[in-house]
Design a protein around this ligand. Structure first.
Ligand code: NI
Ligand code: MN
Length: 227
């Protein structure tokens, strides 16, 4: 059993057995997530897909207050190390690393990655997480890419966190194709409705997903589900 809790935008807390992994925390600057008490979030790991503010805003404080392990690409991980984050693990594209909750592979994304202070955040990525009970894909911010087929060939993906907000990333049409490429029917939508640029018609997105024979899971901020 794996439990997911949505903290808004692209941020999800994933609980696998007794370990928790927080993805891309952008909570305190997000007015839509004002119901979330950031200080109450408990996590063992913080995984950061790329350096943009809307993915890293609360990473430093949450990592430090939890003494959590921060995992990201080399440039982003080193940037946090310089800010005094003690437990961090740098990766780069194509590399896998085993942690106590499972194995993480840092995979391609087609996107930029500048950090909030203008430092280079390397090249944006996503994660494939293999754990005892299964495997999932967290795409981060990305365009649709043919490389996603490699993920479908290598892994048996149970569900995929895919951006659906369009404009800066894939929209629902490309996300449905991405789900085909990684060979999953279950999409957890991220990166939509936070800002005017990425507002979407969620009913239309759900309808398009249904017509494609897939599932689109869109949680309310603060809501949890078990998969
Ligand atoms: Ni971004
Ligand atoms: Mn973003």
């Amino acid at each position: 059993m794996i439990e997911l809790t949505y903290y808004g935008h692209s941020s999800y807390l994933v609980k696998i057995n007794q370990k928790t992994i927080l993805f891309d925390p952008f909570i305190s600057p997000n007015p839509k997530a004002s119901n979330i008490d950031v200080d109450a979030i408990k996590t063992d790991y913080v995984l950061i897909s790329h350096g943009h503010e809307d993915h890293v805003a609360d990473a430093e404080s949450i990592t430090k207050s939890n003494n959590a392990m921060l995992v990201s690409n080399f440039e982003v991980a080193e940037w946090f190390a310089e800010k005094g984050v003690e437990k961090y693990h740098p990766m780069n594209h194509g590399g896998s690393k085993e942690f106590d909750f499972g194995t993480v592979k840092y995979v391609h994304a087609v996107h930029s990655s500048t950090l909030p202070d203008g430092s280079s955040g390397g090249v944006a990525g996503g994660f494939v997480i293999q754990h005892e009970q299964g495997c999932f894909y967290y795409a981060g911010d990305t365009a649709l890419s043919y490389d996603m087929k490699l993920i479908g060939e290598e892994f048996k993906i149970d569900f995929a966190f895919l951006p659906i907000g369009d404009n800066f990333t894939m929209g629902i049409k490309d996300a449905l194709k991405a789900a085909d490429f990684v060979r999953t029917k279950k999409i957890i939508g991220i990166h939509y409705d936070t800002f005017p640029y990425i507002e979407i018609d969620t009913e239309a997105a759900k309808k398009a997903t249904e017509e494609a024979g897939k599932d689109l899971i869109l949680l309310n901020i603060g809501e949890s589900i078990r998969l």
